[in-house]
Design a protein around this ligand. Structure first.
Ligand SMILES: [Zn+2]
Length: 278
Protein backbone atom coordinates (compact mmCIF):
# COMPACT_ATOMS: atom_id res chain seq x y z
CA UNK A 1 0.00 0.00 0.00
CA UNK A 2 1.16 3.46 -0.82
CA UNK A 3 0.54 6.10 1.79
CA UNK A 4 -2.63 8.04 1.10
CA UNK A 5 -1.98 11.70 1.71
CA UNK A 6 -5.09 13.66 2.64
CA UNK A 7 -4.86 17.43 2.38
CA UNK A 8 -6.31 19.63 5.12
CA UNK A 9 -4.51 22.96 4.81
CA UNK A 10 -3.58 24.71 8.04
CA UNK A 11 -3.48 28.53 8.23
CA UNK A 12 -0.41 28.24 10.47
CA UNK A 13 2.66 28.21 8.25
CA UNK A 14 5.28 30.47 6.72
CA UNK A 15 5.21 30.64 2.96
CA UNK A 16 8.89 30.31 2.37
CA UNK A 17 11.10 27.93 0.56
CA UNK A 18 13.21 26.25 3.19
CA UNK A 19 15.86 23.62 3.25
CA UNK A 20 15.17 20.19 4.72
CA UNK A 21 18.00 19.01 6.93
CA UNK A 22 16.04 16.84 9.32
CA UNK A 23 12.76 14.98 9.53
CA UNK A 24 11.37 15.52 13.03
CA UNK A 25 8.94 13.26 14.90
CA UNK A 26 6.39 14.58 17.39
CA UNK A 27 3.52 13.39 19.56
CA UNK A 28 0.29 15.35 19.89
CA UNK A 29 -0.17 14.69 23.61
CA UNK A 30 -3.95 15.04 23.41
CA UNK A 31 -5.64 14.29 20.13
CA UNK A 32 -5.45 10.56 19.47
CA UNK A 33 -6.72 10.48 15.89
CA UNK A 34 -6.03 12.29 12.64
CA UNK A 35 -9.60 13.53 12.60
CA UNK A 36 -9.26 14.94 16.11
CA UNK A 37 -5.99 16.80 15.53
CA UNK A 38 -7.11 18.01 12.11
CA UNK A 39 -9.70 20.35 13.59
CA UNK A 40 -7.13 21.96 15.86
CA UNK A 41 -4.41 22.29 13.24
CA UNK A 42 -6.83 23.73 10.69
CA UNK A 43 -7.99 26.35 13.20
CA UNK A 44 -6.20 29.64 13.93
CA UNK A 45 -4.07 28.19 16.71
CA UNK A 46 -0.55 29.01 15.57
CA UNK A 47 0.55 25.38 15.60
CA UNK A 48 1.02 23.03 12.67
CA UNK A 49 2.88 20.04 11.31
CA UNK A 50 3.45 18.91 7.79
CA UNK A 51 1.48 15.78 8.57
CA UNK A 52 -0.02 13.44 11.16
CA UNK A 53 -0.55 9.72 11.51
CA UNK A 54 -2.65 7.76 13.99
CA UNK A 55 -2.89 4.16 15.12
CA UNK A 56 -6.19 3.50 13.36
CA UNK A 57 -5.74 4.56 9.75
CA UNK A 58 -3.11 2.31 8.20
CA UNK A 59 -0.96 4.11 5.62
CA UNK A 60 -2.97 7.32 5.80
CA UNK A 61 -1.24 10.63 6.47
CA UNK A 62 -3.17 13.84 6.91
CA UNK A 63 -1.14 16.74 5.56
CA UNK A 64 -1.50 20.34 6.73
CA UNK A 65 1.44 22.31 5.35
CA UNK A 66 3.07 22.02 1.95
CA UNK A 67 6.56 20.58 2.26
CA UNK A 68 8.09 23.68 0.66
CA UNK A 69 6.64 25.80 3.46
CA UNK A 70 7.61 26.02 7.11
CA UNK A 71 5.27 24.41 9.59
CA UNK A 72 5.03 25.96 13.04
CA UNK A 73 6.31 23.02 15.02
CA UNK A 74 9.70 23.55 16.60
CA UNK A 75 10.63 27.24 16.96
CA UNK A 76 14.03 28.05 15.46
CA UNK A 77 14.22 24.72 13.65
CA UNK A 78 11.11 25.30 11.57
CA UNK A 79 13.26 26.62 8.74
CA UNK A 80 15.30 23.44 8.34
CA UNK A 81 12.92 20.59 9.14
CA UNK A 82 9.84 18.71 8.05
CA UNK A 83 7.59 17.80 10.96
CA UNK A 84 5.32 14.80 11.40
CA UNK A 85 3.25 13.97 14.46
CA UNK A 86 1.94 10.78 16.05
CA UNK A 87 -1.57 11.25 17.42
CA UNK A 88 -1.17 10.23 21.06
CA UNK A 89 -2.95 10.87 24.35
CA UNK A 90 -1.58 13.32 26.87
CA UNK A 91 1.39 11.85 28.70
CA UNK A 92 2.52 9.51 25.95
CA UNK A 93 5.98 11.01 25.69
CA UNK A 94 6.53 10.73 29.43
CA UNK A 95 4.77 7.46 30.13
CA UNK A 96 4.80 5.14 27.15
CA UNK A 97 7.32 2.32 27.39
CA UNK A 98 9.42 0.98 24.57
CA UNK A 99 7.21 -2.13 24.56
CA UNK A 100 4.06 -0.04 24.33
CA UNK A 101 5.33 1.78 21.27
CA UNK A 102 6.40 -1.49 19.64
CA UNK A 103 3.40 -3.63 20.52
CA UNK A 104 0.47 -1.25 20.83
CA UNK A 105 1.31 1.37 18.23
CA UNK A 106 2.23 -0.85 15.32
CA UNK A 107 -0.07 0.80 12.82
CA UNK A 108 1.13 4.26 13.73
CA UNK A 109 4.79 3.21 13.68
CA UNK A 110 4.48 1.50 10.32
CA UNK A 111 2.54 4.34 8.77
CA UNK A 112 4.95 6.96 10.08
CA UNK A 113 7.86 4.87 8.79
CA UNK A 114 6.32 4.87 5.32
CA UNK A 115 5.75 8.63 5.47
CA UNK A 116 9.31 9.30 6.62
CA UNK A 117 10.67 6.95 3.95
CA UNK A 118 8.68 8.84 1.31
CA UNK A 119 10.02 12.18 2.53
CA UNK A 120 13.59 10.96 2.97
CA UNK A 121 13.53 9.85 -0.64
CA UNK A 122 11.90 13.05 -1.83
CA UNK A 123 14.37 15.34 0.00
CA UNK A 124 17.39 13.06 -0.13
CA UNK A 125 17.65 12.90 3.67
CA UNK A 126 19.83 10.08 5.05
CA UNK A 127 17.90 7.45 7.00
CA UNK A 128 19.91 7.74 10.19
CA UNK A 129 18.94 8.63 13.75
CA UNK A 130 20.59 11.84 14.87
CA UNK A 131 21.76 12.58 18.40
CA UNK A 132 20.76 15.89 19.96
CA UNK A 133 24.14 17.44 19.25
CA UNK A 134 24.09 16.19 15.67
CA UNK A 135 20.64 17.51 14.78
CA UNK A 136 21.29 20.80 16.57
CA UNK A 137 24.50 21.31 14.59
CA UNK A 138 22.69 20.81 11.30
CA UNK A 139 23.57 17.23 10.47
CA UNK A 140 21.01 15.68 8.15
CA UNK A 141 18.81 12.76 9.21
CA UNK A 142 15.90 11.84 11.47
CA UNK A 143 15.31 12.97 15.05
CA UNK A 144 12.70 13.55 17.70
CA UNK A 145 11.46 16.96 18.75
CA UNK A 146 13.16 16.47 22.15
CA UNK A 147 16.53 16.31 20.40
CA UNK A 148 16.20 19.94 19.26
CA UNK A 149 16.62 21.39 22.75
CA UNK A 150 15.66 24.91 23.78
CA UNK A 151 16.12 26.32 20.28
CA UNK A 152 13.47 23.84 19.20
CA UNK A 153 10.98 25.06 21.87
CA UNK A 154 12.36 22.73 24.58
CA UNK A 155 9.77 19.99 24.20
CA UNK A 156 10.12 16.36 25.32
CA UNK A 157 8.31 14.43 22.56
CA UNK A 158 8.31 11.68 21.41
CA UNK A 159 9.98 10.66 24.68
CA UNK A 160 12.98 8.79 26.08
CA UNK A 161 11.37 5.40 25.45
CA UNK A 162 10.52 5.98 21.81
CA UNK A 163 12.17 3.04 19.97
CA UNK A 164 14.13 5.09 17.44
CA UNK A 165 16.35 2.12 16.51
CA UNK A 166 13.35 0.01 15.51
CA UNK A 167 11.74 2.96 13.81
CA UNK A 168 14.81 3.51 11.65
CA UNK A 169 14.70 -0.19 10.71
CA UNK A 170 11.09 0.27 9.60
CA UNK A 171 12.01 3.33 7.55
CA UNK A 172 14.83 1.42 5.91
CA UNK A 173 12.25 -1.16 4.93
CA UNK A 174 11.38 1.43 2.37
CA UNK A 175 8.54 3.61 1.37
CA UNK A 176 5.34 1.70 1.08
CA UNK A 177 5.91 1.57 -2.67
CA UNK A 178 8.49 3.11 -4.98
CA UNK A 179 6.06 5.93 -5.62
CA UNK A 180 7.64 9.30 -5.18
CA UNK A 181 5.74 10.79 -8.09
CA UNK A 182 2.04 10.84 -8.71
CA UNK A 183 2.68 9.69 -12.27
CA UNK A 184 4.24 6.52 -10.92
CA UNK A 185 1.32 6.02 -8.58
CA UNK A 186 -1.24 6.12 -11.32
CA UNK A 187 0.85 4.12 -13.72
CA UNK A 188 -0.35 1.21 -11.63
CA UNK A 189 -3.83 1.73 -12.98
CA UNK A 190 -2.78 0.64 -16.44
CA UNK A 191 -2.10 3.96 -18.10
CA UNK A 192 -0.91 7.20 -16.56
CA UNK A 193 -2.05 10.31 -18.37
CA UNK A 194 0.33 13.18 -17.94
CA UNK A 195 0.00 14.85 -21.33
CA UNK A 196 -2.95 17.14 -21.75
CA UNK A 197 -4.76 16.40 -24.02
CA UNK A 198 -4.28 12.67 -24.54
CA UNK A 199 -6.24 10.64 -27.07
CA UNK A 200 -6.45 6.88 -26.61
CA UNK A 201 -8.37 4.22 -28.56
CA UNK A 202 -11.16 2.34 -26.81
CA UNK A 203 -10.65 -1.43 -26.84
CA UNK A 204 -13.52 -3.03 -28.80
CA UNK A 205 -15.07 -4.86 -25.86
CA UNK A 206 -14.59 -2.15 -23.23
CA UNK A 207 -17.74 -0.99 -21.46
CA UNK A 208 -16.29 1.29 -18.79
CA UNK A 209 -13.41 3.66 -18.34
CA UNK A 210 -12.13 4.12 -14.80
CA UNK A 211 -10.48 7.48 -14.18
CA UNK A 212 -8.47 8.08 -11.01
CA UNK A 213 -6.28 10.68 -9.38
CA UNK A 214 -5.19 11.57 -5.86
CA UNK A 215 -6.02 15.17 -4.97
CA UNK A 216 -4.60 14.92 -1.44
CA UNK A 217 -1.23 13.86 -2.75
CA UNK A 218 -1.21 17.04 -4.84
CA UNK A 219 -2.24 19.20 -1.88
CA UNK A 220 -5.57 20.07 -3.40
CA UNK A 221 -9.18 19.08 -2.80
CA UNK A 222 -10.21 18.38 -6.39
CA UNK A 223 -8.67 17.25 -9.67
CA UNK A 224 -10.83 18.11 -12.69
CA UNK A 225 -10.66 15.98 -15.81
CA UNK A 226 -12.62 16.34 -19.05
CA UNK A 227 -13.30 13.00 -20.69
CA UNK A 228 -14.75 13.04 -24.21
CA UNK A 229 -15.78 9.73 -25.74
CA UNK A 230 -16.15 9.69 -29.54
CA UNK A 231 -18.98 7.71 -31.08
CA UNK A 232 -18.67 8.08 -34.86
CA UNK A 233 -18.74 11.85 -35.33
CA UNK A 234 -20.16 12.97 -32.00
CA UNK A 235 -18.48 13.32 -28.69
CA UNK A 236 -20.03 12.54 -25.29
CA UNK A 237 -18.35 14.76 -22.72
CA UNK A 238 -18.03 14.08 -19.01
CA UNK A 239 -16.52 16.69 -16.75
CA UNK A 240 -15.24 14.74 -13.78
CA UNK A 241 -14.27 16.14 -10.41
CA UNK A 242 -12.13 13.69 -8.49
CA UNK A 243 -12.11 14.57 -4.81
CA UNK A 244 -10.31 13.27 -1.74
CA UNK A 245 -13.42 11.23 -0.95
CA UNK A 246 -13.97 10.08 -4.55
CA UNK A 247 -10.64 9.40 -6.20
CA UNK A 248 -12.01 7.05 -8.83
CA UNK A 249 -14.91 7.66 -11.24
CA UNK A 250 -16.41 5.66 -14.07
CA UNK A 251 -17.34 6.73 -17.60
CA UNK A 252 -19.59 4.59 -19.80
CA UNK A 253 -17.86 3.60 -23.05
CA UNK A 254 -20.19 0.79 -24.11
CA UNK A 255 -21.60 0.73 -27.64
CA UNK A 256 -19.72 1.77 -30.70
CA UNK A 257 -17.47 4.41 -29.19
CA UNK A 258 -14.00 4.44 -30.56
CA UNK A 259 -11.78 7.14 -29.06
CA UNK A 260 -11.39 8.84 -25.71
CA UNK A 261 -9.94 12.31 -25.38
CA UNK A 262 -8.72 13.17 -21.90
CA UNK A 263 -8.02 16.85 -21.41
CA UNK A 264 -8.38 19.97 -19.30
CA UNK A 265 -6.67 18.29 -16.40
CA UNK A 266 -6.71 20.82 -13.57
CA UNK A 267 -4.46 21.45 -11.74
CA UNK A 268 -1.99 21.14 -14.58
CA UNK A 269 0.56 18.43 -14.09
CA UNK A 270 -1.75 16.14 -12.16
CA UNK A 271 -1.28 12.52 -13.06
CA UNK A 272 -4.51 10.83 -14.00
CA UNK A 273 -4.75 7.07 -14.21
CA UNK A 274 -7.13 5.25 -16.49
CA UNK A 275 -8.12 1.63 -16.75
CA UNK A 276 -10.61 -0.15 -18.98
CA UNK A 277 -13.53 -2.21 -17.66
CA UNK A 278 -14.73 -5.11 -19.79
ZN1 LIG B 1 6.74 18.31 19.21
Amino acid sequence: MAVKYKWFPSPSYTNNSHRVDALILHTTEGATTNDAIKNYLCGPNGVSYHGSVDNQMIDVCYEYVYEDDKSWSCCNFNSSTLNYVFCTPNGASANWSRDYWLNNQRNAMQTMAHVIADQAKQWNVPIVALSSSEVQSGKRGIAQHMNLGSNGCGHSDCGPNFPMDKFIDLVKGGSSQPTSSDAERYAQMGMAITEDPTIVPVPPTAVKLYVGSDPGYLHTQTVKVRVAVRNKDSWAVSNLELTQATELMTVDVSGTRDLVNISSIDPKGSAVGIEWGF
